[in-house]
Design a protein around this ligand. Structure first.
Ligand code: NAD
Length: 498
């Protein structure tokens, strides 16, 4: 008997009634570990109705009251972070240290949201005109939808949910159907923290659930993270239906290594940023751009380090890289390795024959390195989202920069150099939303905001931090005059004899 993973609506688990389910795997064994319910239109209706019913109460809860729930949630997450990390590893496959890192980055966003009382302060202009005051207030949007990808099943929901709640909204989360248990665990902790029923709901499923949220008139905004084609679809459909939408998409992140860089530091960075979480990170480095003449030496150093990487079951503390998330994803990533060979890239390390320390049926693919990759090859143009790192060669800084700026994605990038002026020029001219200087994965801390440019983000708000608070509120400006009739002789600005 496999487990059944049900929706969470109005403060309790609710079994699916649509008659559709999906398999959830243990990627390290290849076995189906659970069935997750897929929502149909009736369940979408039920979840949105619960969130709508809870809205007046939650919107009317004082800032102190909302913050108390978020503080309690933070404490519970902190106390039970290992449990959550194990849930992530069990369904995603990433090693537990990576899962723990994801949980820690998620908690950071809860801590930010605990500052709601400070962050929701409006402006006030006394006496803007005689006896007239003008002030702004930030109000919640209403019911908001959050749709998240498989690769960070705890962290990405936590990019949005705490901030949305802090701002007084109620939420329906549609997590990835590939690893849905983390979302339910978050719902349980929020309930334990004192969040009233209906304020946070989890709806499992696929396109049917997503479309239901995108079309529902009571859903006022949608935060989406996933691949670019779906992000574009969600943005277009949601905005056509009058919703506020931020839709974060895919990536092809380049890491430039200039000739004066510390090559050992750069090689360490390329390996951890290329193969951490088996490359299933939207901020993973997927292309190293080696600027002449460092290519051969850098490739040798990266190769040396890759051969030491231990691939195995994420639950084993010795493993450094786990399996891919599903059999289908494994097949897709492996097909890119085949294509890279056919297209003429140099296969420096072949991960297809990996001997993993784990069950035979696991979705294993070892770290793979292509050298002499050129634009036009599918390993260069496409987001592979697996442990496949490409090295492209560039003659100089300008060629490296032009390569990045010609790419349709613009999520993250990094430059490795000892030259401050080169780094400054890079950060100024590169057309990418998040830039690292000698930092390979420049994910902004919770009090900045996360977002790419170009095809990596549709909409104009980045995720979490100040832009998150901006996204989850709308501003009202009040212009107010209180005539004081006791001050005889004071000009109140009214026409005489009115
Ligand atoms: P995905 O696009 O397949 O799925 C994302 C969400 O959309 C899931 O909840 C899924 O159920 C839903 N979905 C899938 N197909 C749909 C359809 N046809 N219509 C409506 N909804 C649909 O992405 P994924 O494979 O889960 O995640 C990996 C992708 O997410 C990568 O492209 C990665 O770069 C991207 N990602 C981006 C960021 C970022 O911040 N930019 C962060 C994490 C992941």
């Amino acid at each position: 008997m496999t487990d059944r993973i049900s929706h969470w609506i109005d403060g309790k688990p609710v079994s699916g009634t649509a008659g559709r389910t999906g398999d959830v795997f243990d990627p390290a064994t290849g076995q189906v570990r659970a069935q997750v319910d897929f929502a149909g239109p009736a369940e979408v209706e039920r979840a949105v109705a619960a969130a709508s019913a809870a809205l007046p109460g939650w919107r009317g809860t004082s800032l102190a009251g909302r913050t108390r729930v978020l503080f309690a949630f933070r404490e519970l997450l902190q106390a039970r972070k290992d449990e959550l990390a194990k849930i992530v590893t069990g369904e995603h496959g990433k090693v537990e240290s990576d899962a723990a890192g994801e949980v820690a980055r998620g908690i950071e966003n809860v801590e930010y949201a605990c500052g709601a009382a400070q962050l929701l302060k409006g402006g006030f202009s006394e006496n803007a005109s005689t006896s007239v005051d003008v002030y702004s207030i930030a109000q919640p949007l209403g019911v908001v939808g959050v749709i998240s990808p498989f690769n960070f099943p705890a962290m990405v929901p936590l990019w949005f949910v705490p901030n949305a709640l802090a701002c007084g909204n109620t939420v329906v989360l549609k997590p990835s159907e590939k690893d849905p248990s983390a979302a339910v665990f978050l719902a349980e902790l929020l309930a334990e923290a004192g969040l009233p029923p209906g304020v946070f709901n989890v709806l499992h499923g696929d396109k049917v659930a997503v479309d239901g949220l995108l079309e529902h008139p009571e859903v006022k905004a949608v935060s989406f993270v996933g691949s670019t084609p779906i992000a574009r679809y969600v943005y277009e459909t949601g905005t056509r239906n009058g919703k506020r939408v931020q839709a974060l998409g895919g990536a092809k992140n380049h890491m430039v290594v200039l000739p004066d860089a510390d090559l050992d530091l750069a090689a360490d960075a390329a390996v951890s940023a290329g193969f951490g979480s088996a490359g299933e990170r939207c901020m993973a480095v997927s292309v190293v751009v080696a600027v002449d003449p460092v290519g051969d030496e850098l490739v040798a150093k990266i190769t040396e380090r890759m051969r030491l990487l231990r691939v195995g079951d994420g639950r084993n503390p010795d493993s450094e890289m786990g399996p891919l998330v599903t059999r289908a994803h494994h097949a897709r990533v492996s097909s890119y390795v085949d294509a890279g060979v056919t297209e003429g890239a140099t296969l420096a390390v072949d991960g297809r024959a990996v001997e993993a320390d784990g069950a035979e049926g696991g979705f294993w693919l070892g770290p793979t390195l292509f050298d002499h990759v050129r634009p036009g090859m599918s390993v260069y143009t496409d987001e592979i989202f697996g442990p496949v790192l490409s090295v492209a060669r560039a003659a100089d800084f300008d060629e490296a920069l032009a390569l990045i700026n010609a790419n349709p994605y613009g999520n993250g990038t990094a430059v490795f150099t000892g030259d401050g002026a080169a780094a400054r020029r890079f950060q100024n001219e590169v057309e990418v939303g998040m830039v690292g200087v000698n930092v390979p994965i420049p994910v902004p801390v919770g009090y900045y905001s996360f977002g790419g440019w170009k095809d990596s983000l549709f909409g104009d708000s980045h995720a979490y931090g100040p832009e998150g608070f901006h996204f989850f509120t709308r501003t009202k400006v009040v212009t107010s005059r209180w005539p004081d009739s006791s001050h005889a002789g004071v000009n109140l600005g009214f026409p005489k004899n009115s």
